[in-house]
Write a protein that binds this ligand. Structure first.
Ligand code: SPD
Length: 291
């Protein structure tokens, strides 16, 4: 897929996220002003002040987050695998340059090391400058930043992580490699014996073929696998999934009690939401079961 096909449009004060990955449908957000717009070595990075939804980060024309609902995505993608694991100590994030997933992982006191591998340093700089609520994720002393290609990095770290979280953009531009078979195999090898992998799992409404492709890869590599989904109103389609693979722990329920100290700071994730997120509409369940 070419990047040219994927650029969003700014017209009459509205940003519309149009893409060949979801033809014929677009999500539009009213913009107040553009705070940052520059092409990095890897992608077009844009940061907007929206009229009603706070700040918004856009990569190659695709909305990555808004202040309005970023908590839903970051909390679910981080806490679902972390609470499914009985005692995660070493965690890796691939992508996630905005820092929001780091912010959530840092709430877990038992986690000792948080490696993050992000290919595009400019995303981190922009987030630190314009999205302090997420950029602060990099301030935790347990965070070790690696500016590198996620696919190459993961291949060099066998048997190292309790949890790996892939916070990727869509399979266009720098994120494309993170949807390929070899990357999944590297992730499987980089996990310790009881490790859990959680990958940004796209939307079964917008791209069922892609979801099936991801699930098929996970099923081939992990004895335990599941697909979770939840609401994010400012993503086209209004929801997104997580594709999970586990070498041991069950993933559909939390393995431990959510500490009060963490729960009181969260806005989306609860133990009940964790379990409910694995209940899928009939067509999606079929889609996932038949691969
Ligand atoms: N279709 C958009 C998928 C974006 C997923 N990545 C979001 C990054 C937020 N940390």
């Amino acid at each position: 897929m070419t990047q040219e096909n994927n650029l969003g449009r700014l017209m009459n004060g509205w940003f519309s996220e149009t893409s060949d990955v979801w033809p014929g449908i677009a999500l539009s957000i009213e913009i107040e002003k553009t705070l940052f717009s520059k092409k990095s070595q890897f992608q077009q990075i844009e940061l907007f002040e929206t009229r009603h939804h706070g700040r918004m980060l856009v990569l190659d024309g695709v909305i990555q987050l808004t202040d309005f609902d970023e908590f839903a995505y970051q909390e679910m993608l981080a806490h679902t695998p972390l609470f499914a694991h009985p005692a995660p100590k070493k965690v890796l994030v691939i992508g996630g340059g905005d820092g929001g997933i780091l912010r959530e992982i840092a709430r877990h006191e038992g986690v000792q090391t948080i490696d993050i591998c992000e290919i595009d340093e400019m995303v981190i700089q922009v987030s630190r400058q314009y999205l302090p609520e997420m950029g602060c994720g990099f301030d935790d002393p347990r965070v070790i930043l690696h500016i590198a290609d996620g696919n190459e990095f993961i291949g060099q770290h066998p048997d190292e992580y309790d949890v790996i979280i892939v916070d990727s953009s869509d399979p266009v531009g720098p994120g494309e490699i993170l949807f390929e078979g070899p990357f999944y195999e590297h992730c499987q090898r980089a996990l310790k014996q009881n490790g859990i992998l959680a990958i940004q799992g796209e939307s079964f409404f917008l791209h069922p073929d892609l979801v099936q492709k991801m699930v098929k890869r996970i099923k081939k590599l992990f004895k335990i696998h599941a697909y979770s989904n939840f609401l994010v109103p400012t993503f086209t389609g209004g929801h997104i999934g997580i594709c999970l693979g586990s070498k041991g722990p069950a993933v559909r329920t939390p393995a431990r009690k959510i500490p009060q100290k963490i729960q009181e700071r969260l806005k989306y994730y609860t133990a009940r939401v964790h379990k409910a997120s694995f209940v899928l509409p009939k067509f999606a369940e079929k889609l996932i079961e038949e691969v």
